[in-house]
Design a protein around this ligand. Sequence first.
Ligand code: ME8
Length: 685
Amino acid sequence: MAAERFYITTPIYYVNYYPHIGHTYTTVIADVLARYKRLDGVDVLFATGTDEHGINIERRARAEEVEPQVWADKIADAFRDVWQRFNISYDEFIRTTEPRHREVVQRIFREARDRGDIYKGKYEGWYCPRCESFYLESDLVEDKRCPVHRLPVEWNAEDVYLFRLSKYADWLLAHIEKNPSFIQPGSRKNEVVSFVRSGLRDLAVSRSTFTWGIPVPDDPGQVIYVWIDALSNYVTVAGYGQDEARFARYWPADVHLVGKEILRFHAVIWPIILHSVGLEPPRQVYAHGWWSFRGEKISKSTGNLIDPWEHAQALARLSGAEVDVCVDAIRYFLAREIPLGQDGDWADESLLNRFNADLANDYGNLLNRTLPLVARYFGGLLPEAGPEEGGDEALRRLATATADEVLAYVDRCDFQRALAVVWQLLAAANKYLDTEAPWNEHKAGRVARAGTILVNTLEALRVATILLEPVMPTATLKVWTQLGLPHYEERARDARAAGRASQGTGLSRLDAQRWRGLSAGVPVALATPIFPRIDLKLALADKNFAATPPVAATSAASPAASPATAPIPAKETSVTEMISIDEFRKLDIRTGKVLEARQVPKADKLIELRVDIGDEVRTIVTGLIPHYQPQDLVGRTIVVLANLQPRTVRGVESRGMLLTAGFDDTFGLLAVDPDKPAPPGAPIS
Ligand code: ME8
C-alpha cells in the first residue's frame, strides 16, 4: 500500500513587508508538524509561499519606485532566505505571480462563472485597503476603523464580479456539522457558524481600480481580486489542472494552518469556492493565535516587529552557542511556549529561561554529565549494556512508550504537551543517573554496572533526540555526532545543502520505540556544550538583545500615512531626524526606586533624589516642583536615563535624569513609571 500522505500549508504571506516573528511562528509550527509526520513515515507535501498581487503591493512598489514584480521578487527572496536559515523543510514555495498559478486561478474563475456562481454587479461598502476586504458598519471599531488594523476604512463602490456566497451557506453549515474536526481549535467553530448564520453577502471577486493582478478571463479591464487568487495557491501546489495524479494524491489538503484573523476566509470563502467548482474542501483549517509584544499584536502596521534572524544572532552572541542552535532554540520556544490556538506575549525573559532550564540544563547537561564519564571509565568508547537492575526497567519502559505519546499529541497539534512528554523522559533520565550514581558503582569496582547505567541514560537521550529532531533539526545533529553517530549529521547537512532539508536524518518512530539503538564500542565525541548557559541578568541588560522596539512604521493611529505607501522602516529608510536603533541602544534607560527625596535649598523647583538604579544608588536632581512634592516621590519606581553626563546643579552633582511625560507646564509633568512593579535597574528598551 502506498504510504499515507499529508498535505499541510501555511498562509502565503503578503510581499509588502519583510518576514517577522509572526510569520515565523506559523511557518515553524507547520514545519514541526511536517517533520513529525515524515518521522512517522508519512509522505508529506508541505507548502508555503508569497501572496504577491493586489493594490497594497502595487502601491508599495510605486512608493519604492520599482515595478511590482521587482519588489515582489525582492521580498519573496527575503522570505525564502529566512526560511532557509530557520531550516524550514518546505517542499514547495508558491508565488502567486507564477504562470502555473495564473492558469489555475483563471480556470477556477471561469468554471465558477460558467456555473452561474460569479456574476457582474456593483459592490459597495466600507473597505480596508490593508485587509483588501469590505466590512459591515457593525464590524468597524470606533472612528470607522478596520477591526484588524485599526486603520480608517473608505466607502467604496465599484463595478465588479461577485460570487454567490449566500447560495452555499446551508451546504457549508451542513459540512461543518458533519465534519467536527474541520475547524480547529473547536472553540472557533461557533464563531464561524454564527458568522455564516448571520447571513453571507455575495463576495467581490474582482476589482477594476488597479491592474496588479491576474486578469479576469475575457474581461481584461478587471483583475481577479485577492481571495480567489490567494486561496487557490493551495490547489496549484497540489497540481490542479496540471498534474491529475498528483492532485488526486494530495488534494484535499489535510490542514491549512493560519492565523486567526484569516480563519473566515479559509473556513467560509475557500470551501465554498471549491464546492462551486466541484472540488473537495480541505480536511481541516487550524487557526492559531497571535503573538503580541508588550500587549500589542506584532504586525506590519504597528511596526513592533521582531526580526527572527536578528534575534537568533543576538542570542548567539549572548550565549556563545552557534547561531543554528539559537535558531533551534527559537523554534523550540515557539512550539513550546503557548498552546496552538492561544495568544502569547513575546518575552525575551521566557525565551532565555527556556534556553537555560530546558535546553542547557535538562537536555544539554544530561549529555555533558554522561559523556565525560564514558571518556574517563571506558576510554571514550560506548560500553556494553549488562542485565537490567534497579531503575533500568522503569526507564526503558518510559522511553519506549514516549514516541507513541508524543505523536498522539502531535496529531492533535498539541505541541506544547508533546514536548512536555519528551521533557518527562529527560527528567526521568536525569533522575535515574542521580539515583543509580555510576560514579559510586565505578568506585566500588562495579565497572560493568557503571557502564550499563551510562548506556541506559544515553539510550533515553537517544530516544528524546529522535523526538526532538522535528523541532530542533540542527542542534540534534550535533547530539548525534557526540553520541558517536556522525553520519546522521553528515547526511542531513548534505541533504540541506542540496535543498532537500525534508530528508533529514531519516530516523523514524520505530527507531524511537527501540531500546539499544546505540552500538557498543563506538567512540563518542566530547565537545563543548551545545547549549551553553546564558547569564540572564547580563542578557536582559543587553540592549542588542532586547526584542526590537517599535520602528518608524506607520502608526495605526495615524490617518495620514497608509501602510501600503509608508516607507519601509529601519531596513530601507534613512530619514535625517530619525535615530538608528544602534543610537537608541546607546541610551541606558532603566527603572529606579526613589529611596529619599528633599527639596534643594534655595531652589524653587528642584528636588534632590537618592535613587536605587539596580547596581548603585545615585543622586539625581530634577525640577519637578510644583508637579510633585519630595515626599510624593519616595518609594516610587521611576524611569531614569542613567548614562547622561553628570552635571552639578546648585552645588549638587546630578548623575542621571528622571524621565517625565508632558508638553509643558500648563499640562503638568508626570514622572514616567512602569505599569507594574519592576525591580530597580530593569532595562527599558
Ligand atoms: O494574510 N502572530 O498575509 P500576511 C502570529 N496574504 N501569527 C502572525 C502574526 C502574529 N502577530 N502576524 C502574522 C495574509 N502572522 C494573506 C494570506 S492565505 C491564502 C493569504 C502570520 O502577510 C499568521 O499566519 O498578512 C497570519 O495569518 C499571517 O502571518 C498573515 O500574513
